[in-house]
Design a protein around this ligand. Sequence first.
Ligand SMILES: NC(=O)c1ccc[n+]([C@@H]2O[C@H](COP(=O)([O-])OP(=O)(O)OC[C@H]3O[C@@H](n4cnc5c(N)ncnc54)[C@H](O)[C@@H]3O)[C@@H](O)[C@H]2O)c1
Ligand SMILES: [Zn+2]
Length: 386
Amino acid sequence: MGDYDFDIPVTFRHRIRFTKDAFAPGNQMVSDLLETERERKVIVFIETEIDRLFPDLQEQIRSYLAEQNNLVLTEIVIMDGGEDCKISKTQIMKGIVPIERNGIDRHSYVFCIGGGAFLDVIGLSAATAHRGLRLVRFPTTTLAQDDSGVGVKNGINAFGKKNFIGTFAVPYAVVNDFQFLYTQDEHNNRSGLAEAVKVALVKDGPFFDWLEANVGALNALDPPILEEAVERSAILHASHIALGGDPFETGSSRPLDFGHWTAHKMEQLTNFELSHADAVSVGVALDTLYSARCGWLPEEDAWRVVRVLQGMQLPIWHESLEIRDDQGKRLIYGGLEEFREHLGGELTVLMLEAVGRGVDRHSVDEEKYEACMEELKEAALVAVSG
Ligand SMILES: NC(=O)c1ccc[n+]([C@@H]2O[C@H](COP(=O)([O-])OP(=O)(O)OC[C@H]3O[C@@H](n4cnc5c(N)ncnc54)[C@H](O)[C@@H]3O)[C@@H](O)[C@H]2O)c1
Ligand SMILES: [Zn+2]
């Protein structure tokens, strides 16, 4: 009889690339990423909206892969994306069925081209079929390129909760192809930058200063500036995951989820009508003001953050914050308990103690939040009427 504890070291390589027109003839990035010493199957999933917006893409992929040695395209599957694709528990099978049909194995590649929601669903299918296939993500929205697509998670919503069913799974590679950014509507394109503002605030003060200095160009979606913002944000997210000591979030501290306890709850309260990106913008504004009200962050810095968000026409307020129960308590506070439950332990919410530096807190003061919400609502009204 005895106790036997084994440490099982496992190292993943997280390959992240930036390019434009990944499947243009002569662009070697994708083929250089893949191991092709013997024949490998490739199955490609494309979100319907991307297929519609890029009518030549299927043909480009076919001819690109046909040019490569040992890569065999088995099928291109077109499926709907958007948040709705994460809502039904049966969605995961929509990815798994074609994977099975095409005899995709653990040495094959699953390409997935779409927004963050689509990547989450196909990512879950790829992570569970054969207990994990090689997924190559091609994120197509600003948010997916600057944050979620370079992460190591997937998931679908269940029981009304975001990402309740999902896994941690490091993709084989992520290819951020900037060509996709420019078919988004302007609002979605800008709002994905809320995650860049967030990661700058918790990780990289000089990046926040740069965003502030370039707020006009970002608002105008000036390509070189937009692409630099996306790339810097993606690399900050990925380096936190790789080097932050807790890639699979076993601890309670979640710095990349700054502003997210409210964001997730607002998405839920609006039945996911409010996008993740817009919800994050409001959540970041709120937790930034709260950090100032608690005396951790200089007030002037908090308003700089609000001005940067507003300078990019991102929301700092949403009416779902007003939804209350019979006792008059805002339902948004329920987000704290759900956040705690999701962390699986003690409540830990990150607040700011400087632009570029976060600090973990384990409780919140609702009275102070009430005051911050009033302030933000007022600031949003002034912006609209001014
Ligand atoms: N796995 C993670 O670590 C993680 C992290 C953060 C967020 N997320 C998830 O990501 C999702 C949000 O992702 P999103 O912001 O990319 O939204 P999304 O995937 O819902 O896409 C938004 C809309 O844009 C469309 N679209 C996609 N690419 C386009 C393009 N290039 N041009 C025009 N339209 C395009 C989609 O069809 C959809 O209607 C949420 O479900 C969120 O929970 C996951
Ligand atoms: Zn987020």
